[in-house]
Design a protein around this ligand. Structure first.
Ligand SMILES: NC(=O)c1ccc[n+]([C@@H]2O[C@H](COP(=O)([O-])OP(=O)(O)OC[C@H]3O[C@@H](n4cnc5c(N)ncnc54)[C@H](OP(=O)(O)O)[C@@H]3O)[C@@H](O)[C@H]2O)c1
Length: 321
């Protein structure tokens, strides 16, 4: 593992962090707690020290599994969690005011629940799980963040940016009131490079790159024959002819990279090749994937010629719709 500073915080976080949505087991199905715990423990043995969870992931289930592992990790593990929108609407919708989504008291109450689930007195990083730039001048989030920091209940604060809308975070970064942003960044969605990343570097904002494997597309394992368990969110994400679209894009990527290219490894190294990125957080419920991903930092950044090939594979679409 190699480590980077998480923006202006003093957290030295592993280049590979742990995306703990899947282990919440409410929207990603087909795994088991036993397997998830083993994968997370193995990742920590391999040097991983940053975990991204959320109260919404299994209504606290992911946070509780994380707590079990962190408790006996034997060394400092940084945990980030999130306040779910009160109206339970992902992503944030234009025109819906902050009073319905993140009122001051609600942010504080939600944080208390996360503190309890995580079994800690202080949360390292608290993120709002959606963000709408229309709330920029509003007092609710500003007062809540200030109160939580001054009472010692959170060390750092940030936002998780709406899917494929990196520029919606530019204004809140300019306020100087947040420490991190979490954003979709992968070979298909390279859009944060345009405006978000330069500003994050300039302002010392930590960048958490999420969905680095495009929910599985960039593992190269999804095609028309792929089935997900009933109720699994990927049935929606890869609905209709999307599995075919994914297969075609991935085949084209493989043609350009060469038959022996290790796609998940290249997808993670792509994210780590950008200096704005502090940590990349793949979901990895299996031991095999945890081991493979934690070995990626040792391979270093991708060479410029490979990055030039990947530039051609940006793919503008929104499968979360
Ligand atoms: N709005 C938000 O704030 C938001 C939204 C989405 C995600 N996130 C965060 O971002 C994290 C990452 O995104 P994600 O988990 O949705 O998707 P992802 O990381 O893009 O993809 C996860 C998938 O890739 C598989 N995988 C991982 N490493 C692999 C490897 N080396 N080889 C083959 N397959 C591999 C995983 O398998 P197994 O799990 O079976 O091992 C899983 O099926 C989440 O866990 C969550 O923390 C946040």
């Amino acid at each position: 593992m190699k480590y980077r500073k998480l923006g202006r915080t003093n957290f030295e976080v592993g280049e590979i962090g742990y995306g703990a949505w899947g282990i919440g087991a409410s929207q990603w199905l087909g795994g088991s707690d036993k397997e998830s715990l083993a994968a997370l423990r193995r990742a920590i043995e391999l040097g991983l020290n940053f975990i991204d969870t959320a109260l919404a992931y299994g209504n606290g289930h992911s946070e509780k599994l994380v707590a079990q592992v962190v408790r006996d990790a034997g060394r400092r593990i940084y945990v980030a969690t999130k306040v779910p929108p009160k109206n339970l609407l992902w992503p944030a919708q234009p025109g819906i005011g902050i009073a319905e989504v993140f009122p001051y008291d609600y942010i504080l109450r939600s944080t208390e629940r996360s503190l309890k689930n995580l079994g800690v007195e202080t949360i390292d990083l608290l993120q709002l799980h959606v963000w709408n730039p229309e709330w920029i001048g509003n007092d609710e989030w500003r007062r809540a963040f200030a109160e939580l920091k001054s009472s010692g209940k959170v060390r750092a604060v940030g936002i998780s940016i709406n899917d494929h809308q990196p520029d919606s975070a530019l204004e809140i970064i300019e306020t100087g009131l947040i420490d991190t942003v979490q954003v979709i960044y992968n070979i298909f969605d390279q859009s944060p490079e345009r405006n978000l990343f330069p500003l994050a570097i300039e302002r010392g904002i930590g960048v958490i790159a999420r969905v680095p494997l495009d929910e599985g597309s960039l593992t190269g394992m999804i095609d028309e024959k792929t089935h997900f368990p009933p109720g699994d969110f990927r049935n929606e994400y890869f609905k209709g002819d999307r599995r075919k679209q994914v297969r075609e894009h991935v085949e084209s990527l493989r043609r350009d990279l060469g038959a022996h290219a290790n796609l998940p490894e290249i997808a993670l190294r792509f994210c780590l090749s950008h200096p704005a990125v502090s940590t990349v957080i793949p979901g990895m419920r299996s031991l095999r994937n945890a081991e493979a991903n934690c070995a990626v930092p040792d391979k270093g950044a991708l060479p410029p010629e490979t990055l030039a090939v990947l530039r051609r594979h940006a793919w503008d679409r929104n499968f979360y719709d």
